[in-house]
Design a protein around this ligand. Structure first.
Ligand SMILES: [Zn+2]
Length: 357
């Protein structure tokens, strides 16, 4: 399937349905299943007829180098046998005029026709061996609509009217359960995160990446944020290098991975390096790789970040194991006493990174 060119969001919301609605939904899905199978059967019938035509073998025998000629021959055959998305849309109109039409509107019938055509077309192109009809037991697991202004659609109240959301299908209004009190949402819905290559992580850390599933977490976060109309943006790490940056002296100093604290001779720190990076990231503006900070913004932040570390230290003292990356050992946690010696200092000048001996 073609990738969509516009940004898309995926949002999952549970629905509250009563017994009657549930029964009607089952009937809708059953109608969709029957229609899909009918469309798939029709598409396969057309495909078989097209392939049985001697002209099909003739078209196949045209050398690959004669691109134009091949394309025209196949296109002519598809048209003659009605093997196209458009032709199947037309067929869906006829097939949908029985009892099924009480359940399935014309736009949804079109999306089912597209789906059936694409399945059959994969067989036609040799990308699949066969198509799969939907059995009554397995059923059709999803239906979709192309637009949100007719047929199956989602409506959301403006906040001043109650912020409630409904899925509308036929005569039913199905209440969506939206958790506006999601802890992430309550903290704001503009989220910035480093753009990370999960593949690179996997190479480096192997199984533990799968176990901790950072990609899955981020996907979940993205959906949650999208559900409130917020944004999640990713910024590149190699140009921002926040883990090396000190806003006090505006220099870049590379830390070994084992060094979990930022403590600069200029007086900034000690502060847990990830918390500090996150705070810097909150002050990144798009198109800028250096955080823009007001002089006085650090004082309050310093206190807040220290408080956050104290909470973690308390948890460590109580015996809770924290991720090693936090830099707080389980018992008797202490703040780092001093800087590690022999560091390489880097300065960022005029867009270039320079080492200071
Ligand atoms: Zn500094």
């Amino acid at each position: 399937m073609k990738k969509s060119k516009t940004p898309t969001f995926l949002l999952e919301l549970p629905l509250r349905v009563d017994a009657g609605q549930s029964r009607r939904l089952r009937a809708h899905f059953e109608a969709a299943r029957c229609l899909y199978n009918a469309l798939l059967g029709e598409a396969m019938k057309r495909l078989r007829a097209m392939r049985a035509d001697p002209a099909w073998q003739e078209a196949r025998s045209i050398p690959q180098t004669h691109k134009q000629e091949r394309r025209e021959a196949f296109s002519h055959l598809r048209q003659a046998y009605g093997f196209s998305e458009y032709a199947l849309h037309e067929f869906a109109k006829e097939a949908n005029c029985s009892w099924i039409a009480d359940h399935i509107d014309s736009v949804m019938a079109q999306t089912l026709a597209t789906r059936a055509y694409q399945a059959a077309n994969r067989v036609c192109l040799g990308k699949a061996k066969k198509v799969r009809f939907k059995s009554k037991g397995r059923g059709l697991d999803s239906v979709e609509n192309k637009r949100n202004n007719t047929g199956l659609r989602f409506v959301l109240q403006p906040p001043e009217e109650g912020n409630q959301g409904w899925l509308i299908w036929g005569k039913d209004r199905l209440e969506a359960l939206i958790d506006w009190n999601d802890p992430i949402i309550r903290r704001g819905n503009t989220i910035r995160t480093e753009k990370l290559s999960y593949r690179a992580w996997q190479k480096r850390y192997g199984k533990s990446v799968g176990r901790n599933a950072p990609g899955m977490f981020l996907e979940q976060l993205r959906r949650t944020v999208a559900s409130t109309g917020g944004t999640l943006s990713e910024f590149p790490t190699h140009s921002t290098k926040l883990s090396q940056y000190c806003h006090g002296c505006q220099t870049y100093v590379k830390k070994p991975l084992s060094e979990r604290w930022h403590h600069c001779p200029c007086g900034i720190g000690p502060v847990q390096r990830d918390l500090y990076s996150a705070w810097l990231a909150a002050h990144l503006t798009p198109a800028n790789t250096i955080p823009s900070l007001a002089q006085d913004s650090w004082e309050g932040a310093d206190l807040r970040l220290r408080a956050a570390v104290e909470v973690l230290q308390q948890r460590a003292k109580e015996g809770q194991a924290l991720p090693r990356s936090v830099g707080i050992p389980r018992a008797g946690a202490r703040l780092p006493e001093s800087l590690t010696p022999n560091r390489l200092e880097l300065v960022y000048r005029h867009g270039r990174l320079e080492a200071l001996g």
